[in-house]
Ligand binder design. Structure first.
Ligand code: RTP
Ligand code: MG
Length: 139
């Protein structure tokens, strides 16, 4: 399996609750190398663009409001099979369905406020990473 990259955000709910350190620890313990990282805040336009695929869904307005209400940690991560393995580490979208040992099982509150994002394909990982980081910020 080739070493490749995924993109993650520690969402506003988890940042507010002081879980940045705990989540980063699970990420590094899970074998992911941090390639780029920063504390930042999405604008409404950023969040609408990032989640454009969900723009027709009933929860879209709530999702944009949530994702813009405070700072997030944005990061690019590297590992063999990064996208799929990171989706496994974060667990199901709904924390009630997330497996034991996953980040969402431990830190998510609800299906909406679920602590972390993980890219769903190599293509989206590249797009999402480039949205936040210049090439010189990636190590
Ligand atoms: P993400 O993109 O944030 O990594 O989450 P995901 O792939 O597991 O889930 P996705 O289907 O892409 O949904 C994106 C985010 O929208 C919010 N959501 N709310 N209220 C609801 O029914 C609902 N469904 C989804 C969540 O914050 C979810 O992570
Ligand atoms: Mg998704």
């Amino acid at each position: 399996m080739a070493t490749n990259r995924t993109f993650t955000m520690i969402k506003p709910d988890a940042v507010e609750k002081g879980h940045i350190g705990g989540i980063l620890n699970m990420i590094t313990e899970g074998g992911f190398r941090i390639v780029a990282m920063k504390l930042t805040q999405l604008t409404v336009a950023d969040a609408q663009k990032f989640y454009a695929v969900h723009s027709e869904r009933p929860f879209f307005g709530e999702l944009v409001e949530f994702m813009t209400r405070g700072p997030i940690v944005a990061a690019i991560l590297e590992k063999d099979n990064a996208v799929e393995d990171f989706r496994t580490l974060i667990g199901a979208t709904n924390p009630a369905e997330a497996a034991e040992g996953t980040i969402r099982k431990k830190y998510a509150t609800s299906i909406g406020e679920n602590a972390v994002h993980g890219s769903d394909s190599d293509e989206n990982a590249a797009i999402e990473g480039a949205f936040h980081f210049a090439g010189r910020e990636q190590f």
